[in-house]
Design a protein around this ligand. Sequence first.
Ligand code: HEM
Length: 183
Amino acid sequence: VTARFPVRSRILHWLSAVLVFAALLIGFAMVNSVGNYAALLAVHMTIGVAILVIVIVRIVNRFTAKPPNWPPTIGTLEGKIISNSERLMYLLLVAQPLVGWTMVSATGRSAVVFGLHLPSIAPFDEGLFFALRQTHSVLAYLLVVVIAAHVSGVLLHTVALRDRVLSRMMFGLRRARSSSGPP
Ligand code: HEM
């Protein structure tokens, strides 16, 4: 039977996966949208700040909920690459919402989340806005790249090596490993 992450880690993982996907999709859609820009931005900011909160909870959870050991199909070097890319995702997911919030603050308006006005965390500053606006795009593209690598790695293991890496993060019935299957 495949070892799994603790249930709270799995819930936090899929919750952030859905929200990050939505934040990226809405982010790219709204900058190309004329008519729905304001509504999309409101949803984007709310999802983005929710991600910040969830990722802080996830980081605390990462130190308090032990992940299962890696399967033997993951070697030392690959293990290091995986750990570092996971750290990078945590870092990007803390930085991106903070950059977004600071950038909106620098326009002189306040970020609105669930209809509530957040405090401004930066002075009104055009130069600061432009720098952070660029940073927000760069971090978004970096996120897309790291997430694509993350998903590709999991698929490579699950489909090609058949070591059930994906099951570690899944819900539902546990199936015993078939004795006729690959080792
Ligand atoms: C993990 C969370 C977030 C992700 C993944 C994300 C992603 C994105 C993406 C992909 C874009 C479009 C970038 C481009 O094409 O140049 C964008 C733009 C933007 N985001 Fe975020 N974002 C996040 C959090 C936030 C937060 C928390 C705020 C504000 C409170 C925010 C405010 C904005 C604004 C104002 C824009 C630019 C709109 C424009 O220039 O017209 N974002 N974001």
